[in-house]
Design a binder for this molecule. Sequence first.
Ligand code: ACO
Length: 337
Amino acid sequence: MIRTPVLVGLGAMVPPRVVDNEELSQRLDTDDHWIRTRTGITRRHWAGPGTATGDLAVTAAQRALRSAGGGPVDMLILATSTPDHPMPATAPGVAARLGLGPIAAFDISVACAGFVYALATAAGAIAAGIAERVVVVGADIWSTRLDPQDRTTAVIFGDGAGAVVLRAGEPDEPGALAGFDLGGDGTFKDLALVPGGGSRGRSEPDGAGEADDYVTMHGKEIFTHAVHRMAESSAQLLKKIGWSASDIDWVAAHQANVRILHTVAGLLKVDRARVLVHLDRVGNTSAASIPLALTDAAAGGRLAPGQRVLMTAFGGGLSWGSAAMTWPPIQVSDVVS
Ligand code: ACO
């Protein structure tokens, strides 16, 4: 019999410092009206000096474990593209600080699609009998990779972390993950890129400069790919698991731009009111965005046990993925912003 991954815990956090549109308008050629109407974002949280991705991941995971009622864990997967160091991975240090013992812990780097990929990897490990109980964290601090002069990226990204706990269970339990669809297309790898910090920088004749540590993004092209890939991936997953659009109670899509969310809803023929929106308060938190949006909705009492939730994400790579589940009877009390 195939063991089914079941979600039993959820938690999230954002760093305390709020950066609103007004603050960005004071130092960049932008304004609150443009940012709100073109992205839906009103504010975001940025980590201060001394705070790293692993710090946010620890707090989010602690909250998810508390929501799950504690218990042993035998694997931790951290989705991040802004790790504490190039080496080692950030996950083992997070697991150590959580006191989880000598468990398997590793990072997955799939930009904004990272949480869905990590969830699928955890689900596979549980189904294969490699793990019984897995913590999956999505955490990113993109504020350290923003070019202070680039208004196109500075207004979008926020920092944060979200985590879930999965355990082995039965397919008909509320909280059961019903299926996944994953995809990618590396021919468009340059559309969202941090040029420096990797072996490619050294192999090129001019070497990497300081600016190569900043993220560059072709927003318009990413937008077009994002809406089509998230809609297609969602549709393929629904077909695979035998759900129709009318079965979906909530869509938890990667929070990059409210216009992307509305376009995906239209393509899927799902009412916009069924799409969770959290980016207005936190911006694009990359690998953290789906568990943050779920935490926000669960803490606000919008997610009820047994409801059907579709998650879909898209990011640099290009990479995309979708996951489907029924909502579990869990307690989530963290108000994240
Ligand atoms: N303030 C004011 N004007 C701006 C700003 C700004 N912050 N940013 C761009 N503009 C200007 C442009 O210069 C352009 O001016 P022009 O017409 O005079 O040339 C105009 O606004 C329109 O620019 P567009 O790039 O066409 O703006 P668009 O409506 O596409 O919005 C945005 C840009 C918000 C970036 C949008 O394209 C988007 O959200 N893209 C998706 C981003 C995304 O999903 N990223 C996640 C992947 S990254 C990762 O995985 C880590």
